[in-house]
Design a protein around this ligand. Sequence first.
Ligand code: LLP
Length: 440
Amino acid sequence: MSNPDFSNDLICENLSVLDDTLYFAGQNTKSLAEKYGTPLYLYDEDRIRKLCRIYVSAVKEAFGDKGHILYASKAASFKRMYEIVKEENMGIDVVSGGEIATAKKADFPLNKAFFHSNNKTDSDIKYAIENGVGFFVVDSLDELYAIDSIAKSLNKKPNVILRITPGIDPHTYEEVATGKVDSKFGSAIETGQAKEITGLALNLENIILKGFHCHVGSQVFDSSVYIATVYVMMAFIKEMKDAFGFEAEILDLGGGYGVKYTARDPEIDIYANVLEVCNCVKDEAQKLSLALPELYFEPGRSIVADAGLTLYTMGALKKITGYKNYISVDGGMTDNPRYVLYGAEYTIVPPTMMSAPRDMVCDLVGRCCESGDIIQEKINMPSTLKRGDLIACLTTGAYHYSMASNYNRIPRPPVVMLKGGESYVAVKRETLEDITNLDV
Ligand code: LLP
């Protein structure tokens, strides 16, 4: 008998099959489901650290002390993640008081935090200043004035970088394409508003303008997108130097590198890509006679996505004769809203019968009271799967736990970390008590 071909399943180096069972980070997924229950978010700590180190070593090779990596914590925000990132000597991107509070709980040095968001509330701004958040990434004029005035009332002078819209199409799905001129984020170069906000920021007394930020999109595979962004941003830095005598000390190029959700997705060589972008910044600085800025990248997805996997237990198999088949699981859009939102593709496998023929086409659906509660459509699964069997959804480390909801008052799954053959709970499973305890 020929060996079964798992090449479409084993899309990351941390996946393997032994005795027909899926192993993740070298651990038996069936045993983990038995130990922690389902639905269950698993994270491979070694994989997270490996990716952090790839980013940090690439930026340090090219830029030395002037190269920095910020983890975009919106991808997966919980205390343990901030501890890991702190240990890996990285900074963070945060977008709300909640993310700042979580980082604080991890004793993260908040002077290495960059506060994003297109609409920071007054209380978030105050909270960030009071807690010593290092940099505000300012999205609009209104926000710039709000930060200046709150800083004045607190007798502080926070560092600011301005989010600029470079007018670059990142060739990704619409919901995450943010570099285009009509984006809700940032101030566009094309309309003159980027120059206007720079001039105004330089005249404010209670902030210190340090430089510029941009983020063109997410799940981007085309490296030429980043090179085009560097040309535009470096030209903008030069234009601001000529116009105002202001030379940016900081250039933050955002995040966005894509990851493999299915065997059809390409694999990005992060190290080579980061080096290429860094070298382009150096070349442009030389050509335009600019000092080398402190250079920042802000990856989120590519640090955590394939370090994550979700385990579900199957409920009903419903065969609607002549129409379609449904497999229901004990999770759904509450722990994975990405198919509903973006039609995101995933690799779904039966972790306890990896070599069984995948002879049934079906939709994988959740348990919410909502027809749209779909995790994936038209997947191939063994027709022998039955209630109580496990189902695994791969590459769920980014924008899953962080986007989970309590729709239908369904408790969120726990986050369990795997490291060196051991496992530990990083976030506990929500209980029915947790679900009800804010009701008065
Ligand atoms: N920096 C900024 C300013 C961002 O807005 C983002 C992502 C990142 C960095 C990190 O991008 P990444 O490396 O993760 O692609 N919920 C969507 C993704 C939204 C991305 C929002 N911003 C999804 O599940 O695909």
